[in-house]
Design a protein around this ligand. Structure first.
Ligand SMILES: [Zn+2]
Length: 284
């Protein structure tokens, strides 16, 4: 739908000029309704998260999150060559995941945790779906040197689940989408819509980085609670960095902060969470 003429499309302040004409005014009202509705539904969805201690904006219930994750398991597996065929490796991964879950605050949550080892020998990655379905590729699994490193990766993924990062990102995407629609609707200038889209991407990207650091911090806590040395997570960062320098998984770094920075933040999290030093006898 294109209302108005080219002359107005070139104005620097199309919103101000739109108000002078009937069609422009209508357009502006619709834009305000769309933008206002997006903002209102976002702000009215505030929920307290007992693990992170934060107020979060979410557009899904926990059971919806769990159902969404479960629905996507087969598709995720198919994208990475299916599940790994060796049951001993899967059992080992399960045992480490279980040890973290039953010894940390994760046990008090309602999420349906499951760890899957994917067959993919090339892409170095691990990720979590909403609700508790978590994955590690064999390409990453085989590069890990200690059980503590494996625990570090999975504790980080458990961190994404309990902090409800996916659900938060979805709610933010809905808000961004609503505001972009409002800007496009309120303006005849297509450039404004493109600009709005770019700003939206930048905002969502930034939250992605913060999510990673928060998951590292939760990971440090949960893996230590389960008896693993959180310093092992630093070793994981070195492995990820080496993988990024090679040809595998550069896409992992498009949304993740660089590993050097994460190592510093992990050290900071350890100092903050264990000011009197780490407990004795942790597994490396
Ligand atoms: Zn992550």
């Amino acid at each position: 739908m294109r209302i108005g003429n080219r002359q107005f499309g070139r104005q620097r302040f199309p919103l101000r000029n739109a108000g002078f004409r009937g069609a422009g005014k209508f357009r502006l009202i619709i834009a305000l309704v769309i933008g206002g509705f997006a903002l209102l539904s976002y702000c009215s969805s505030a929920t307290y998260n007992p693990v992170t201690g934060e107020k979060q904006y979410l557009s899904m219930t926990p059971s919806q999150e769990i159902a969404m994750g479960l629905q996507a398991v087969n598709q995720m597996a198919a994208q990475h060559g299916g599940l790994h065929p060796d049951p001993r490796l899967q059992e080992f991964l399960d045992s480490v995941c279980q040890r973290i879950i039953v010894n940390s605050q994760a046990l008090e949550t309602e999420w349906q945790f499951e760890c899957h080892l994917l067959n993919d020998p090339n892409v170095v990655n691990a990720f979590a779906l909403p609700g508790g379905q978590m994955f590690m590729t064999y390409a990453l699994f085989r590069q890990l040197e200690t059980e503590g490193q494996l625990a570090g990766v999975m504790a980080h993924e458990i961190g994404h689940v309990v902090a409800r990062h996916s659900a938060q990102r979805m709610a933010k995407a809905q808000l961004t989408q609503g505001i972009i629609q409002a800007i496009i609707m309120g303006s005849e200038n297509q450039g404004a819509g493109q600009m709005a889209g770019m700003i939206g991407n930048m905002v969502n990207m930034k939250y992605g980085r913060e999510d990673e650091l928060e998951s590292d911090s939760i990971g440090v806590k949960f893996m230590t609670d389960a008896g693993y040395d959180p310093n092992a997570l630093k070793g994981v960062m070195k492995i990820l960095k080496a993988a990024a320098n090679g040809r595998s998984a550069p896409e992992f770094f498009s949304t993740h902060p660089n590993p050097e920075n994460r190592i510093e933040k992990i050290e900071e999290a350890i100092r903050q969470q264990f000011p009197d030093g780490l407990p004795a006898g942790l597994k490396p």
